[in-house]
Design a protein around this ligand. Structure first.
Ligand code: ATP
Ligand code: MG
Length: 434
């Protein structure tokens, strides 16, 4: 007898099979009843002609509450009434876990459920194939990212998530009690990535949680996200970093399209693989686009959500999904970014995907004196960063890198309405559970 975990793999020739899953639906039509059993891979129909089934078994199976977990053994028969082309006529069944009534939310009901209700009952929400498909694609995306970076000689590293100092600005730090002194949750692995550049590990990457204490309630900010960071030495300019990101993203898009077909079909989505190279706009060019679009930003201003969107719309008009915005004013970028001497700009860039930032990166300042000067200019006390600065004192190669929010990337690739759709258990200012 075949015991089958993947119901979609059952063949009529198997004769008898045992299938297990959740009771999705029961329809009683008088002389005959149908039970739809769902597992990870799909659904299978249990068909129960009343006259041919043991009355006790018939009674048990037709009265099960929805979402009960059950194992059913029976004869596999060909059927032209079901999608799988077969059905199971039960001979025995075992209830493994009965579902309470009523359910906190439906699994197959087509009514629109609020996102809050869905997230409060995420275990139930995830029973929907189209919700699960997002996370299967997320896992595939990480696999593809790793293929691309490893293929380019990057070494995976883990940097601490509890730290004495932040890199991206003090206001966004979560403080934690670290025995008798304060510590902070890592906003990014920035400082540690750079320290490693002084060691000979000249290409490294990390895919790990990052924490931001931002009270923003938007569809693209959360307080905990997964950051894909890379850092590479021996670069001559930031364009080499952009080229690396482009290669990685392209590998991901092509790979998702080819290897994520099943999940993309469930979601009803298609992946567009943009032509390479991705265009590089400068900040100044974007400022002009934004001004022409009616938003009166001045030199030095942050492009902001609205500005990014205007640029995205103009690029969409040219059929461009992904583009870099380079040479931001040094003032708008963190201390570790290298200035473009003799100008107010810097060797920094963002990667935008249809009007939204998904990555920031650039060439770093590797010269000790210049780095200290930039820290002071930004109002930071170099003494607080000695653990970082020491690595620059004794031989540091030129280097650059990036941080990519993997949920932001996924949301854009799949055109999802909210970053929370791409996180199993999202954290935001009002959500700490489940
Ligand atoms: P934004 O201006 O969009 O808030 P940022 O410039 O503050 O982003 P960075 O510090 O540059 O973000 O972080 C690098 C990347 O990490 C971003 O491009 C984005 O993909 C991701 N990221 C940053 N903050 C968040 C957040 N709160 N939620 C989800 N992803 C984030
Ligand atoms: Mg940024």
């Amino acid at each position: 007898m075949a015991v089958i975990r993947d119901s979609s793999n059952i063949k009529v020739e198997d004769g008898t099979a045992t299938v297990s899953g959740w009771v999705q639906d029961i329809r009683n039509m008088g002389g005959i009843s149908f039970l739809t059993l769902r597992d990870r891979y799909g659904t299978i129909q249990i068909t129960m002609p009343k006259k041919k089934i043991d009355p006790e078994l018939f009674g048990l199976l037709t009265k099960l509450s929805r979402e009960t977990v059950v194992s059913v053994t029976g004869e596999v028969k060909a059927s032209n009434q079901t999608a799988l082309g077969l059905e199971i006529i039960p001979a025995s069944a075992e209830v493994l876990s009965e579902a309470a009534v009523p359910l906190p939310m439906g699994v197959i009901d087509k009514v629109n459920v609020e996102m809050d209700t869905r997230l409060n009952n995420r275990f139930m929400d995830l029973r929907k194939p189209e919700v699960r498909a997002i996370f299967e694609l997320k896992a595939l995306m990480v696999e593809l990212i790793e293929e691309a970076v490893r293929g380019n000689g990057f070494v995976q590293v883990y940097t601490p998530k509890i730290s004495a100092a932040g890199a991206e600005g003090g206001a966004e730090l979560f403080q934690v009690q670290y025995f008798d002194r304060p510590a902070y949750l890592a906003q990014s692995p920035q400082l540690y990535k750079q320290i490693l550049m002084s060691t000979g590990l000249d290409r490294i990457y990390e895919i790990a949680p990052a924490f931001r204490a931002e009270r923003s309630n938007t569809n693209r900010h959360v307080t905990e996200f997964i950051s894909f960071d890379g850092e590479m030495s021996w670069i001559e300019n930031e364009e080499q970093v952009m080229a690396m990101i482009e290669e990685i993203i392209d590998h991901v898009l092509v790979g998702l399209k080819e290897r994520g077909k099943k999940q993309l079909e469930i979601l009803g989505k298609e992946i567009n693989v943009p032509a390479r190279p991705y265009p590089i706009l400068t900040y100044s060019e974007c400022l002009k686009i934004v001004n022409d679009g009616g938003l009166p930003l001045k030199e030095g201003d942050d492009l902001g959500t609205e500005g990014e969107k205007i640029v995205g719309d103009v690029m969409a008009g040219k059929g461009v999904d992904l583009y870099f915005i380079a040479e931001y004013p040094e003032e708008a970028k963190p201390f570790y970014i290298m200035e473009k001497d003799g100008t107010p700009y810097s060797f920094s860039f963002d990667l935008d995907y249809r009007g939204q930032e998904i990555s920031s990166g650039g060439q770093r300042e590797h010269r000790y004196d210049r780095l200290v000067a930039r820290m002071e200019k930004k109002g930071l006390n170099p003494d607080d960063f000695s653990f970082y600065l020491d690595a620059f004192k004794y031989g540091m190669p030129p280097h650059g890198g990036w941080g990519i929010g993997i949920e932001r990337l996924l949301v854009k690739m799949l055109d999802l309405p909210n970053i929370r759709e791409a996180i199993l258990f999202p954290r935001d200012p009002s959500r700490l559970s489940p």
